[in-house]
Design a protein around this ligand. Structure first.
Ligand code: ADP
Length: 265
């Protein structure tokens, strides 16, 4: 699991969309856990990286998936030359080091895995290590940040109300057009006019009523399109490859999207 020490380096590029930086800072200083809600590809991970940098904390990121076990998070005994030794998992390391622990897409994690988060997310700030028979108090600077997409079925609804009430939620949407243009331009290296056209296309796709499409025309996808264009494709070739293709396998939808690409790019 990656630990990023982003303190010494330059700040990860993140453009604030509303007051999310102030809310994160205030929650961090009060030792509260943070819930980032929003569709995939809208900047949540980048935001946490920028915040970890500003607050001078190491960042430990865990991408959650449905095979993730409590031991993957907390740690397990390993056999080493005939001896067993305990190896901390990423959550335990973060608790000991006072790092920011970011559980990305926590919805994907199994419910029994998230149980371990309760005493950490509430006022106790404790991590029980049952295998070792100890309970760790989180070091100062530890902060639990979880992200999830409210569009999906959520295990977070199983978090106790008392725990949820002690979490601070920050809602993310796609940035406004002018901000998204700036981001696409900077991250992909294409010109302003091209970035503006891509953002107009993305916004039009997000307005479509067809289920499931909004997610895919994310800022991340627009940046990928811009990168292909920077690498020599025309903008519409790039959009067919990075937007229309991944967006749908339904030939009718794909052909509709290709028509939109022709209109907008
Ligand atoms: P998420 O974690 O929500 O799935 P990411 O943080 O990975 O999304 O965002 C995808 C990409 O979009 C990032 O790599 C970054 O280039 C860009 N991005 C999105 N929002 C912003 C923003 N507000 N400022 C800077 N970059 C952004």
């Amino acid at each position: 699991m990656p630990t990023k020490n982003i303190n010494a380096s330059t700040r990860p590029y993140y453009v604030a969309v509303a007051n999310e930086e102030q809310v994160f800072n205030a929650a961090f200083r009060q030792g509260l856990s943070i819930l980032l809600k929003g569709p995939t590809g809208c900047g949540k991970t980048r935001f946490v990286e920028a915040m970890a940098h500003d607050l001078g904390r190491p960042l430990i990121t865990v991408s959650c998936h449905d095979d993730l076990t409590t031991a993957d998070l907390v740690g397990r005994f390993h056999l080493n030359g005939g001896k067993t030794e305990w190896v901390d998992g990423p959550l335990t390391r973060a608790v000991r080091e006072g790092a920011i622990c970011y559980l990305d897409e926590v919805v994907e994690a199994r419910q029994d895995t998230t149980v371990v988060l309760h005493p950490l997310a509430d006022h106790r700030r404790q991590l029980p290590l049952e295998r070792l028979g100890v309970t760790l108090d989180a070091a100062p600077g530890f902060c639990l940040v979880v992200s999830y997409n409210p569009g999906y079925q959520s295990v977070l609804k199983d978090l106790k109300d008392s725990t949820r009430q002690r979490m601070v939620a920050i809602e993310f949407g796609y940035p406004t057009a002018d901000v998204e243009e700036k981001i696409v331009e900077k991250e992909s290296g294409i010109g302003h006019e091209q970035a503006a056209a891509l953002v107009r296309l993305g916004q039009a796709i997000r307005r479509l009523e067809t289920g499931g499409l909004r997610e895919v025309a994310s800022t991340r996808v627009l940046i990928a399109t811009g990168r292909l264009a920077s690498a020599g494709l025309t903008l519409s070739e790039a959009a067919r490859a990075a937007i229309a293709g991944p967006l749908s396998d339904d030939p009718n939808i794909t052909s509709g999207l290709n028509k939109m690409i022709d209109v907008y790019l």
